[in-house]
Design a protein around this ligand. Structure first.
Ligand code: PLP
Length: 394
């Protein structure tokens, strides 16, 4: 196993590593100390000085959040909005797109439940429809089928980069090239890929991208962000506005801001925003290429070890696979496994079929155990997980 040169330091820098064996990084990863400090220091400042006064004192650092995210995504700071979570970021883009009767939304089988629910809701309201692009033999979106399905009615391509229940990494840049060729807007759900693998919106070619703070980025809960390409911003009306998104210019008029903050609200969790900034800066310091290699390495090891246990079935698909490792057992239910691991302070989660209904039905998936690795997980921790599972399967 390739090891980050400073793995011990990284673990010492992560308070949770002393208490739990954490394989729930796709749920919420363990925050490193600089993230915890950024959040709690600001809360203390708010308590001692007042919330508005604390925000004024931290104005430069709050602004730097946009620079940090822009660096992470290779975009301009004006193309970044800081939101409450990935779903609201995605919603602000999706519900802002003009849709009309006859329009089609193309998406993949790996679609996340909340996104698909929004497709269905808007389809009901507008007369647009959703078409699901089939998978290829590896389980990824079939890009040839995608090309064939695009026609003059295609209003949007919406792709989940890394699904919530699978190691699969969808070929986002290939999809971006197809979308660009066809002149179709491309919305990428990067909720599970942000902080896990390098994201470059120029290389990917997406017009909009949503992500969350608490997962692979190791930021605090209740934060996310949205990228909207500058050239795309004009045509994207925020579905909800406030006095931060727009200026009230007269009794019958308002003007939207011209940057991506038109998708934000005025009131925010500033402490958490500073946590996002710290988390992104932390990831950038380590380097996204290194992080991605380390995560793939750990996940490869874990899959190999799991496959050797009689009665366990690894369910991941895809030619490119990341840190989400899913499996089920012939002997025990996934919730039972999660519960038994919890008694040993080993954290995993369970992915229910309803979180990715299309994929679950296609592959006939039961609830899956999701053991998602991060670069700070060690070989010894993988041993602990495997030993526990082996004991359960004796
Ligand atoms: C692929 C994917 N998209 C979107 C989301 C929603 O993210 P959030 O809970 O931050 O809104 C999740 C959460 O698990 C996810 O896995």
């Amino acid at each position: 196993m390739a090891v980050l040169a400073n793995l011990n330091n990284l673990r010492n820098d992560t308070p949770g590593c002393a208490h739990v064996t954490h394989f729930n990084n796709a749920g919420a990863a363990l925050m490193p100390q600089p993230v915890v400090d950024a959040v709690s220091d600001h809360l203390t400042l708010e308590a001692n000085r007042g919330g508005y006064e604390a925000a004024a004192a931290a104005a430069d650092e709050l602004e730097d959040t946009y620079d940090a995210v822009a660096e992470l995504l290779n975009c301009h700071r004006d193309e970044v909005a800081v939101t409450e979570n990935a779903t609201r970021a995605w919603d602000m883009a999706f519900y802002g797109l003009p849709l009309q009767e006859g329009d089609t939304i193309l998406t993949s089988e790996a679609s996340y439940a909340s996104n698909y629910l929004a497709f269905l809701q808007r389809a009901r309201g507008t007369g647009a429809s959703v078409k699901v692009v089939p998978r290829d033999e590896t389980g990824a979106i079939d890009t040839d089928a995608l090309k064939r399905l695009i026609d003059q009615n295609t209003a949007l391509i919406a792709l989940t980069h890394v699904p919530t229940n699978n190691g699969l990494v969808n070929p986002a840049a290939e999809v971006g090239a197809i979308a660009k060729d066809a002149g179709v807007p491309f919305l990428l759900d990067a909720c599970q890929s942000a902080g896990q693998l390098p994201l470059d919106v120029e290389e990917i070619g997406c017009d909009m991208l949503s992500a969350t703070s608490r997962k692979y980025l190791r930021g605090p809960r209740g934060m996310g962000f949205l990228y909207v390409r500058k050239s795309f911003m004009e045509g994207l009306e925020p579905p909800i506005i406030d006095l931060h998104a727009a200026e009230w210019t007269g009794p019958a008029s308002y003007e939207l801001r011209d940057d991506a903050r038109r998708f934000e609200t005025w009131e925010k969790n500033f402490a958490a925003q500073l946590g996002v900034r710290a988390a992104v800066r932390y990831a950038l310091r380590l380097g996204m290429d290194t992080i991605w290699q380390e995560i793939q390495d750990r996940a490869r090891q874990l899959r190999l070890r799991l496959s050797a246990i009689d009665g366990l079935h690894v369910k991941d698909t895809g030619a490119v696979r990341g840190g989400i490792v899913t499996f089920n057992s012939e002997k025990l239910g996934s919730a039972q496994i999660k519960g038994r691991l919890a008694t040993r302070d080993i954290n995993v989660s369970v992915s229910p079929p309803s979180s990715t209904l299309l994929d679950a039905r296609r592959r006939n998936l039961p609830p899956l155990v999701r053991s998602s690795v991060h670069y700070y997980n060690t070989e010894e921790e993988i041993d602990l997980l495997i030993e526990a599972l082996e004991e359960m399967h004796l």
